[in-house]
Write a protein that binds this ligand. Structure first.
Ligand code: NAD
Length: 433
């Protein structure tokens, strides 16, 4: 098939390259000229494992191209995927400005039947709204709109797309259903066909549920600390139950990123707009907002409340490992608190430091973990990168001024930390002292 992807960010670029890799001809469109000119040269704007190789391969094999000219890309397309951002507005609602601009341009340039698919996460009712805009601009209705929400995770986006657990297809015509079913056939996945509103709702419900699991286990972690239980064992014991499942039961400093905070908030607004008070998800947000400060509290506790002049090595800035995405990362809230208290914060992240510097004022970064920890009074782990998990903890201790490790991601074994003589505080487990 001939596919035009509009919006070449995490979702658009990854979807575009994966659809091209399975044999489609894909043109990725973006208004960001710099991004497109770099992509044409094979320079990838984001960090995502395996992405660069796959982009280069598919450019070489003439299945993948990049442009800023929507009209030309649209010309030959059978399927148009809208993958622009839907960031939160001040009031938490999804901002549909970019979607509206794209729908208007599609309408102006529509030259024949196409299936116009929204991949962006959009409030229920947006598909129909897009249809209205395109119809008005095009002056005809020789097209179908559809919803195909995206479920990939940053950090494993290529794997998630190539091995998708399901494709949700929201349609209002058999033709669109056929086209989208055909498009997803090579993925050999579960296909859930629904109406457009239901497909739009599935995305929000899925993300709100995952966020709920995280806040739930974080609350259990907080109780565990008070009653002397170990949340990692609690989660293990719970997770063997198929009704619960093991995933998303890792206690820590809460979720961040571009999706969970935005989508839970948008769902609360979707509900409020139809007069429904979404209590559970509101509390999920409240718990998450508090949770990231647990690590700050634990640093204070380790130094009896006095952080002035302490050299603190922060390991990890991105909201999760294997990404350079800093959107809503806990580090954005935690580091300024440490700085306000007069600490000397030296941070290191394998890939997110450039983005982090734009988000965190006066952030001091170094190019290796060794430089960050040398002579530090404490190490604070904010992101569970594998390279931190693999640290030689005995060697690390030798580099530190004081063997204090505050772990927001429960990466290390309590007994090992005790044997090595660390002061080790983590989430939902006893503090080793
Ligand atoms: P992003 O910000 O990384 O990328 C969006 C891209 O759209 C940018 O490159 C921007 O320049 C481009 N754009 C904006 N207006 C445009 C226009 N008029 N024409 C062409 N391009 C335009 O966003 P993202 O993270 O890829 O997210 C896109 C959507 O997918 C959002 O709705 C998001 O909620 C959803 N989503 C994201 C993820 C994720 O992990 N990032 C996962 C699932 C769903």
């Amino acid at each position: 098939m001939n596919i035009c992807v509009i919006g070449t960010g995490y979702v658009g670029l990854v979807s575009g390259v994966c659809f091209s890799d399975i044999g489609n001809k894909v043109t990725c469109v973006d208004i960001d000229e710099n991004k497109i000119s770099n992509l044409k040269k094979g320079i990838i704007p984001i960090y995502e494992p395996g992405l660069e190789e796959l982009v280069l391969k598919n450019i070489k094999e003439n299945r993948l191209s990049f442009t800023t000219q929507l009209d030309k890309a649209l010309d030959e397309a059978d399927v148009v995927l809208i993958a622009v951002g839907t960031p939160p507005k001040e009031n938490g609602e999804a901002d549909l400005r970019f979607v509206e601009a794209v729908a208007t341009s599609i309408g102006k340039n529509l030259n024949g039947y196409k299936v116009i698919v929204t991949k962006s996460t959009v409030p229920v009712g947006t598909g129909k709204w897009i249809k209205g805009i395109i119809e008005k601009e095009a002056g005809h209705s020789n097209f179908d709109v559809a919803s195909n929400p995206e479920f990939l995770r940053e950090g494993s986006a290529i794997y998630d797309t190539m091995n998708m657990e399901r494709a949700v297809i929201g349609v209002e015509s058999d033709k669109a259903k056929e086209v989208l079913t055909e498009l997803h056939k090579p993925f050999n996945t579960n296909i859930v066909v629904a109406d457009i509103e239901t497909a739009e709702m599935i995305k929000y419900a899925a993300n709100a549920f995952l966020a709920t699991k995280i806040s739930f286990i974080n609350e259990i972690a907080n109780i565990c600390e008070l009653v002397g239980a170990d949340v990692t064992k609690v989660a293990e014991g719970m997770g063997y139950d198929n009704r619960i499942g093991k995933a998303f039961l890792a206690a820590g400093i809460g979720y961040g990123g571009s999706c969970f905070p935005k989508d839970t908030n948008a769902l609360i607004n979707i509900a409020a707009n139809v007069g429904y008070n979404l209590r559970i998800v509101k509390d999920v947000e409240n718990v998450n907002a508090m949770q990231r400060f647990r690590v700050y509290d634990k640093v204070k506790e380790a130094f009896n409340g006095e952080l002035e002049g302490k050299k603190l090595a922060v390991l990890g800035l991105a909201f999760k490992p294997n990404t350079d995405d800093m959107r809503a990362a806990p580090s954005i809230d935690v580091i300024p608190k440490l700085l306000e208290d007069g600490a000397d914060v030296i941070a290191y992240d394998p890939v997110a430091m450039a983005n982090a510097k734009r988000e965190i004022a006066n952030l001091n970064t170094v190019n290796s973990y060794e430089e960050a920890v040398q002579g530090a009074d404490a190490v604070i782990v904010l992101t569970d990168w594998k390279e931190f998990k693999d640290l030689d903890l005995a060697d690390l201790k030798k580099k530190l001024k004081q063997p204090v490790l505050i772990d927001g991601r429960n990466m290390f074994d309590l007994n090992q930390m005790a044997d090595l003589g660390y002061y080790y505080a983590s989430i939902g487990r006893r503090t080793v002292n």
